[in-house]
Design a protein around this ligand. Structure first.
Ligand code: AMP
Ligand code: GLY
Length: 421
């Protein structure tokens, strides 16, 4: 079966890498793709309409979309109208990620545990509410803001500033509605699951590091590293997540008549009162996917086809017991401004040392050299018998790779290491 994959980052490279191992996979078309998989055929189609035309004219058997934006635009609706197989929620269901207000409302109606929150469309009312609640408090722009629309405000001034900047348009239309949410404390974990509207199948647990600097300090980023499993998710906690979050999610999807044949990502805070939802995403996480798929033993293509066809009940996923760790190497200055076009050395050596090197922001320049082309450039991933060994192997790979000004965190998986020792 020929496959069309949409996206250009490390998550998509990991999905592509795993798909290529499937005996079901024929040609892999990748729009726009990145240099990570030379066998993949780059596709220039960009819009949902162009992609649908491409899928039709090339007899694509399965389309998989990495990033959220197109799901929120309704690419699944369009493909379904044309009778094309695609993994993902339709436009309405994608609001679980696209609108935090929609997601909160869904959680409240279906009894999923989450922080208390109020939604405001009026600046004065939001500021007034802040005076009543005080800090810490979390300020969230309602719509998609490329991971930048959330401020965990530790004092009232920071909270006021965040509210003002939302209403002043710092996140465009995404900030015209603002959520003020109770600040939860605990350890975070990411639970991804396949869901076809009838069955929900969790993937291995994971945890990412959102902050730029060691010790979880500094600005939020798309994710500086990840590991799987997340040791905070004990078997008992996983059961609780299943019964209090995943099953109620499925029931909510059914009761609301949402079309959801895709990936649901539950961002969870493990609080003293149990797991609570921070957010939903309707796609694979980045960089969690790099660590999670590095541990998947079963066939990803088979699982995704079953998800799209509503036959997920027939699928059992099997996992390597060995933990995996992904260390993101980023451009100097990320998540702020950063240079591009710097030649990268050492990927082959890191691969020889046993690492999987997923490309996130790379490109081939006119001379055919591999150069940096994004904020997050590579995700150096390793699997080993223990977390410590996986961490050592991943950082061994990182030490073999270089470009001018490359930055990375030195403490990926520190919580897992603490638990292991
Ligand atoms: P989100 O995009 O909703 O996942 O938020 C990004 C990050 O902000 C999360 O990974 C958390 O670290 C933090 N965050 C979001 N909501 C809360 C909350 N209610 N309490 C504490 N931290 C939060
Ligand atoms: N790693 C967080 C996300 O994919 O949203």
């Amino acid at each position: 079966m020929d496959i069309l994959l949409v996206g250009a980052g490390g998550r998509e490279h990991a999905i592509a890498w795993k798909m290529m191992q499937s005996p079901l996979a024929g040609k892999l078309y990748w729009a726009p793709g990145n240099p990570g998989i030379p066998q993949a055929i780059p596709v220039s189609a960009k819009t949902p309409e162009e992609l649908a035309k491409f899928a039709q004219s090339h007899g694509i058997g399965l389309t998989m979309v990495g990033p959220e934006a197109m799901l929120c635009e309704g690419i699944v609706d369009l493909f379904r109208e044309r009778g094309l197989r695609i993994v993902g929620p339709d436009r309405r269901a994608a609001q679980l990620e696209g609108s935090k207000a929609f997601a909160k409302d869904f959680m409240a109606r279906h009894g999923l545990p989450t922080g208390k929150a109020r939604i405001f469309t009026n600046r004065q009312e939001a500021l007034q509410y802040l005076e009543e609640t005080g800090a810490p408090i979390v300020v969230k722009a309602d719509g998609l803001a490329a991971g930048k629309g959330v401020v965990v405000a530790t004092d009232l001034n920071a909270a006021r500033e965040a509210v003002e900047s939302c209403f002043e348009g710092a996140f465009g239309a995404a900030g015209s509605r603002v959520l003020l949410e109770e600040c939860l404390t605990g350890e975070e974990a990411s639970i991804l699951a396949l869901c076809d509207g009838k069955t929900i199948v969790p993937l291995a647990s994971s945890q990412d590091h959102k902050r730029a600097y060691d010790g979880d300090k500094g600005p939020n980023t798309g994710g500086m590293g990840a590991y799987s499993p997340a040791p905070v998710v004990t078997p008992a906690l996983m059961e609780e997540i299943q019964s209090r979050i995943l099953q109620p999610f499925l029931k909510g999807v059914q009761e609301d008549g949402l079309y959801f044949r895709g990936i649901i990502y539950a961002g969870i805070m493990v609080t003293a009162e149990g797991p609570k939802l921070l957010e939903f995403n309707v796609r694979f996480g980045d960089p969690e996917t790099q660590a999670v798929l590095a541990r998947l033993d079963s066939d990803l293509v088979e699982a995704l086809v079953a998800t799209a066809d509503g036959r997920l009940g027939e699928v059992t996923l099997t996992w390597s017991p060995h933990p995996a760790v992904c260390v993101v190497m980023a451009s100097q200055g990320y998540p702020g401004a950063y240079p591009k076009g710097l030649p990268i050395q050492g990927i082959a050596q890191a691969e020889e040392a046993g690492c999987l090197v997923f490309h996130a922001g790379t490109r081939r320049d006119e001379q055919g050299r591999l150069v940096t082309h994004g904020g997050r450039v590579l995700g150096v991933t390793a699997r080993a018998a223990t977390v410590r060994q996986a961490v050592e192997k991943a950082y061994q790979g990182v030490s073999l790779i270089s470009w001018e000004g490359a930055e990375y965190r030195r403490d990926i998986a520190y919580r897992a290491l603490q638990r292991e020792s």
